[in-house]
Design a protein around this ligand. Structure first.
Ligand SMILES: [Zn+2]
Ligand SMILES: [Zn+2]
Length: 134
């Protein structure tokens, strides 16, 4: 497997990251915490191996959003950057923070019990309800 280098960062450019994967798994999350955290109708999250992710510039601020997960955001501009479950080898980056979000293909829906009626995107993809992990 030839891993491609993916790069991304926040709105102001303080926080920059990179990781290698090809292609990263991604999906829509409709849970209410992602709505609050991103300020959008849903989140699009991209999985990266935590060990392969490096912060090439800046250091995100961390907010503990639940007993089992934290969320990272830029301390300067506030851009949401990631969701990280405690002890998980994967980190979930916000797709919109990628430099090239057009290259990913979200593969499913999570938290569909909280899906907004107007969030009619990604029709036909597998759907999953929120588990107790949140
Ligand atoms: Zn920033
Ligand atoms: Zn979510």
């Amino acid at each position: 497997m030839s891993d491609k280098l993916w790069t991304g960062g926040c709105l102001c450019g303080t926080c920059r990251y990179e990781f290698k994967d090809d292609p990263p798994h991604s999906g829509y999350c409709h849970c209410n915490m992602c709505k609050r955290s991103t300020g959008g109708g849903f989140a699009v999250l991209v999985q990266a191996r935590r060990a392969s992710l490096t912060w090439s510039n800046g250091s995100p601020a961390i907010f503990r959003s639940s007993p089992i997960a934290t969320r990272g955001f830029c301390p300067t501009c506030g851009s949401p950057l990631f969701l990280q479950y405690d002890g998980d080898g994967l980190i979930r980056l916000t797709a919109g923070s990628l430099d090239h979000p057009e290259l990913i293909r979200p593969a499913g829906h999570y938290g569909v019990e909280s899906r907004l009626q107007w969030a009619d995107i990604g029709a036909g993809l597998p759907e999953e309800e929120t588990k107790e992990r949140f």
